[in-house]
Ligand binder design. Sequence first.
Ligand code: ADP
Ligand code: MG
Length: 439
Amino acid sequence: MSFKNFGLLEELIRAVEDEGYTEATQIQKEAIPLILEGSDLLAGSQTGSGKTAGFTLPLLQNLITKGVKPGRPVVRALILTPTRELAAQVEESVRTYGKYLPLKSTVVFGGVNINPQISRLRTGVDIVVATPGRLLDLVEQRAINLSLVEILVLDEADRMLDMGFIPDIRRILKLLPQKRQNLLFSATFSNDIKKLADGFLHNPKMIQATRSNEAAPSVTHIIHPVDSKNKSKLLSHLISSQKWGQVLVFTRTKHGANKLTEDLFGNSKITAAAIHGNKSQGARTKALKDFKAGSVQVLVATDIAARGLDIDQLPYVVNFDLPHVPEDYIHRIGRTGRAGHTGNAVSLVCIDERDLLRDIERLLKQSIEKVTIQGFEPDPSIPARPILMGGGGRGGSSQRRNGPSRSSAPRSQQGKPRNSSQNNQNRKEQFRGPRRTPA
Ligand code: ADP
Ligand code: MG
């Protein structure tokens, strides 16, 4: 189905054609007509399936064809995302798809100077893409008025939940007018998501373009069993000997991400940059830019930092460590095999990760092929040791799955005072996911 069949404005069709899209994706086919008719929507669809255009195109059209047309722009659409990178990326899409329409947009997120954001908002914008913490800061400083918002979008709503943004979202909801259109997008569907949706959607239409928690069928999964201490050497070996080109690598911890970038260069002069919550926003933006431009070959990321990133046709995604939460495996490998391209999901799995692997295979409902690489055979005499949650090291005490508990400091912060000036995103990153509670 082509974009012409939706009754979209000619300006939108032209912008989509400029992007080279010929056919709408499944989620776009289902979501666009429902959003155009003004319905609330709860939509689930795998990563890389084109959700951004799925909500942005009809949102732009509704702003043009429905509602008020004040002389000076007021904030009429608000798009919330869990991470800064995703906010930037979504706003870029808003500008891309809306380039022939007289609508103004801006993006606001933490970790950077607030003043330019305030100045930009003062000039009047129709569409704001925001992370929740910075948006609330701007509200407190009276730099933004949300009382005329007509359309609210929650993108990556499942990750918003994981990151503990729900209280912020509830505060934001109170600032919006009662009557508005609400759109909630998520890659996975948990009961918590449905509960959140019940709280603020009005008679929502539901779409689930693919089975929830499903990985893209165009991705080939493979596991290389290896001892923990040999992982970085094996990765260097694979990248060099198999001539992988651009690679996105996931590690469980920020420290692990930093160390791996050093090891890759030390082992084989492979250029790598790390992206995680302890890096400044400038460093994160630069790492992503360099990676996209091809001036660094490997981007090493923690789960949160990489959430929702769209990097064109990434051929390889590597799990240097398996994630604690099996759904994160699907999010991670959603960075490859996007929009119909084929992709490779390669996991380096040591004996300690047996249980994590079992959970992932259960979620995928398939067992993943295991291929031992010559010279990197695991030593069978090494016993499995449990992996600590949050700290990410090898340790002695057993792992408990208690779910997030906000009352206890994560391992990495035990004994250190909580730094209240630490930005929201860093704090949120440390609080996400089930992890070990201090004994
Ligand atoms: P999601 O939010 O579902 O993870 P994105 O919206 O980030 O996915 O889109 C993934 C990629 O697919 C982007 O690079 C986007 O430009 C591309 N894309 C979106 N819609 C189409 C389409 N109809 N045809 C071809 N490519 C598309
Ligand atoms: Mg998305």
